[in-house]
Write a protein that binds this ligand. Structure first.
Ligand code: G4P
Ligand code: NA
Ligand code: NA
Length: 192
């Protein structure tokens, strides 16, 4: 997506540890217009997949997920992060390990918002190690629902997320693919 890549070039900064900071439009301040066009792009890519729900994980996945749900005309669920093991009655849960923050979180989705015939599109802001999406896949498996694919705003192709998801049979669509953040420079890969 050209507009997204242009914005990354203009306002993205590279932090130590191969982290791209895009607080200007995605992770803190949100450019709602850009998010809407991102949602429309995901909706177009999954238009024929029969999606009934969009799933993401709080917090940074919510903005692009909501815009995707709006474009597809389906509800959006954000899995909640819980540090506690308790109070999980009536909820599906999975463990997500964050390599960047070095903490493990439980993510949960209430069973009452999941229907057995759901066809889920997973949306997230970044794909790095694939832990967040894998957690949602574990929940989908528990719930017995189908996952049609994963839509990612920014994929870091030098990290193992995509191969982890494709091994589980999940098609991945990324709107910007970054192959390197070495030397503080953003280098894009070819798009899907
Ligand atoms: P994974 O979800 O692909 O496994 O990523 P990983 O465990 O490596 O990353 C943990 C958190 O860091 C995730 O956010 C992920 O979206 C984010 N992240 C990974 N790489 C980058 C990056 O280059 N730039 C930025 N800005 N974020 C990155 P989270 O813990 O779920 O937090 P939240 O922001 O959604 O609340
Ligand atoms: Na994030
Ligand atoms: Na995220």
């Amino acid at each position: 997506m050209e507009e997204l890549k242009t914005r990354i070039k203009e306002v993205g900064t590279v932090l130590p540890g191969n982290v791209l900071k895009v607080d200007a439009f995605l992770n803190h301040q949100i450019d709602a217009g850009l998010m809407q066009r991102i949602g429309q792009a995901f909706a177009a890519r999954f238009a024929d997949a029969g999606i009934t729900k969009v799933w993401t994980v709080e917090s940074s996945g919510i903005a692009p997920a909501v815009m995707t749900g709006l474009a597809l005309g389906v509800p959006v669920i954000f899995a909640r992060k819980h540090k506690s093991l308790t109070l999980n009655e009536g909820r599906y849960t999975a463990e997500v390990y964050s390599y960047t923050k070095q903490v493990a979180n439980k993510i949960t989705i209430a069973q009452k918002y999941v229907a057995p015939d759901d066809k889920v599109l997973i949306i997230d802001d970044f794909l790095a190690n694939g832990q967040a999406v894998s957690g949602l896949l574990a929940i989908a498996k528990q719930a017995g629902v189908t996952v049609a694919g994963a839509g990612i705003v920014i994929e870091k192709t030098f990290q193992p997320g995509r191969s982890a998801l494709e091994k589980q049979g999940i098609p991945v669509v990324s709107l910007a693919k970054i192959k390197s953040l070495a030397n503080g420079q953003v280098e894009f890969a070819e798009e899907d």
